[in-house]
Write a protein that binds this ligand. Sequence first.
Ligand SMILES: Nc1ncnc2c1ncn2[C@@H]1O[C@H](COP(=O)(O)OP(=O)(O)OP(=O)(O)O)[C@@H](O)[C@H]1O
Ligand SMILES: [Mg+2]
Length: 269
Amino acid sequence: MRGLHKVYESAAGATEAVRDLTFDVRGGEMVCIVGPSGAGKTTLLRCIAGLLPPTGGDVVLEGRAIAGPPKGMAVVFQDYARSLFPWLTVAQNVELPLKEKRLPKAERRRLVDRSLTAVGLADVPGSYPWQLSGGMQQRVAIARAVAYEPRILLMDEPFAAVDAQTRADLEDLVRDLWHRLGITLLFVTHDIDEAIYLGQRVLVLSGRPTVIMEDVAVDLPDERDQLTTRNLPRFGELRTHVYQLVQKAKRGHRPVSFAPGEGTPHDRS
Ligand SMILES: Nc1ncnc2c1ncn2[C@@H]1O[C@H](COP(=O)(O)OP(=O)(O)OP(=O)(O)O)[C@@H](O)[C@H]1O
Ligand SMILES: [Mg+2]
């Protein structure tokens, strides 16, 4: 992200969602993003996905500014209910992007079965999304992204509607997928523990218009386990640190370089 800036214009006036975001994500990295509600996290992901044109700055992928949805990228939207096609069954929803990838039928079947099993939905392939609970629908959206085997995966609070036990399983599924396929993952969550458990870095965003409060390195062992990792003293320290940053962000604090009276963010030197 190079000086990403986004202002929404509407009849009600202008809303500056993103002030200035500059950060790098290396290929194969897992980066979690936390910040207050309304900060601009979804806006950021939509810009990265090429679904929303930035007002200023660029999203640069492998050296080139993107101009639309990049190939090999999958997104799990916060609004999962609206991201599934109601006239398609669960299996057909998951299969759709695989058809666009022009995979042979047998291979599509295998990927659909595997990803539905991975999210615990092997028994409902013939159901329609509206026949499922909210948490189940969300898992269909996750299965669809998983089956696609993207190079880059963006997830916007993907586990918000699932119960705690399933959530832990899905966190491990995402870690496993990331390890197995070497994908680059950006994961937005409200859950600080989840961000630390999953991420190699946690980007803490300020309130709107958003800037980076801090880019926190998660120096925990790569081998993670729901019990062992979460009980590490270092996990507790990181949780405290990120929690305090988010509280500051909610109270309207901004990093020193964006304090009032310091000029626009673009003339920092
Ligand atoms: N289409 C839109 N038109 C006008 N304003 C918008 C639009 N979408 C978002 N906004 C505004 O931009 C700001 C950032 O919204 P965004 O959805 O990116 O926040 P968020 O960090 O994802 O919040 P949450 O954690 O609640 O999901 C908010 O003030 C929101 O009202
Ligand atoms: Mg959001």
